[in-house]
Each structure stands twice: as C-alpha cells, then as structure tokens.
Design a protein around this ligand. Sequence first.
Ligand code: GLN
Length: 288
Amino acid sequence: MNEPQAPSAALSAGVTIAQALTAARTAGVERLDAQLMLAHLLQQPRSWLIAHDQTVLSVVQATQLAQWLDRRRAGEPLAYLLGQAEFCGLTLQVGPQVLIPRPETELLVEWGLEVLADRLATVSAPSVVDLGCGSGAIALAIQHQCAAARVTAVDASAPALDVARCNAEALHLPITLAQGDWWSAVVGQRFHLALANPPYVAPEDPHLIPLRYEPHSALVATEHGLADLHRLIDGAASALHPGGWLLLEHGHDQGAAVRQRLQQAGFAEAETRCDLAGMERCTGARCS
Ligand code: GLN
C-alpha cells in the first residue's frame, strides 16, 4: 500500500490481463482484489481470467483499472470501487453512504432464520425489523430466505435508505422501509423478531483508522461503543411481541455488557454466539 510507483504508468494502451496483474502486484494491491477488479471490468467470472490472461484491455478498461489500483492502494475498500458487495449469497449495491456488509453479520441472519423457523410453527407471517439497515443487507437476506416474513428495514439516514430501496427493487424483495432513529421509526408496531448491527466502535478505537472510508455514524457510538446497543435494548420490550427475540451484533469485548443490559431490561435466555474468528459477536434474548 505504500509503493511509490503509480500503477497507471504500467497500464498503458495494449496491456494484457497478465501484465495488469503484475502491475497490480508491483503497486502492492492484493492479487484477489486485482482479479475481482478485472472480472468486474470484463464482465467475466474470476476463473475466466486465468485461461484468458493474454486478453488485451481496451484503453477505457486500462484507465479504469489504473484508477481503481491507485484508490485501492490508498486504502479505499474494494466494495466501494466496484459499487457492490456479496452478503448471504446476494449481490448488493453499496456506496460510501452505507457500511459494507461483513461476513460476521451473516451469523446474525442465520440466527434470525432459526428464530423465524420456530415462529412459523404458530405464526404464518412473522414480523421482522432490521434497525439501522444501511444497504438493507440483513433485511433483504431474511426476506430472501423467508418469503413468509413481513420485513421492515429502518435507518435514520435518507441516503442509506435510498441504497436499501435500490437493492430491494433490484432483488425484487418486498421489504418495507421506514426512516427514523431506532425504534422511533416504528412506534406503535410490534415484531416477532428484531435484529440490528448498530454502531459499536468506541470513538477513540484505533481500529477506526482503516475504516475511514465508511460512514462514521454507522460505526461509532459513545459510552465505549455501547450507547446505541443500550438504546436498542431499552426500547425493545415495548416493540416486541411476548416471546419475540432481539438479536444484536456487537464488538468482541461487549458480550457481557450486552447480556447484562438485556437481563436488566427483563429479557430471558440471553445467549452470545461467536464469529468464525472465535470472538463473541452476537447476543440475543427473548422478550418475556
Ligand atoms: N464489524 C465492523 C468492524 O469492526 C463494525 C460494524 C459496526 O460498528 N456495526 O469492522
């Protein structure tokens, strides 16, 4: 990420895929990222590149690739360069208005689907809310895998809701969108399942430096990163049906604080699940 050579210099007209990959390596950009850029530019699967590495890029393609390599080298996430990210098997449009969906958040979706599978034994169309939906990733993945659910996606940010709306339309998934701050967007409604991946990084956390391209408001919360988790927990009892579940993503060191707050708020069966790295990542509990 700190090589002095500009990759654009190595990507003059007539460059082949193989030469472009070499230029990317020289520029310090990971091979997988460079392959995904090329696959996107050429509208081909990544596997195609290997058998066609003598294909010559057009001037437009080489120019776009050179710009992407420069921006990637400066630290901009690949998902923003390509304008899309994969989540639970869906391709979502993303931009700097929204957090890039993370693989660990798929854990929250899987847990939500387990809750819904149980609930479908007694309720034909369970109601679900995704609070702080950003690109709509959680809400859309739930709706995609559970057609019977009635899913609402909430965000305080109008630009984020525009992204979620585009994704819902592109994927033909009939979620409802509502603008507002956490529970205030759905006052008077009750849900069988609420999920959220709220901001939970403390303002002084150095881990924010590589996340600088993503919306601060989607990442950072006061009270050591717990402020929004607390608001979600404190408002949940009056917004859930009896027996409804609240599932929350949180930081690796926040599980105990979240469980304690849930118990204080009268929730039962608080349980924490770990992500693939073995870190406490999601906590859920049932409204009694
Ligand atoms: N999991 C993200 C990260 O630490 C943070 C997402 C969030 O704050 N909700 O990279």
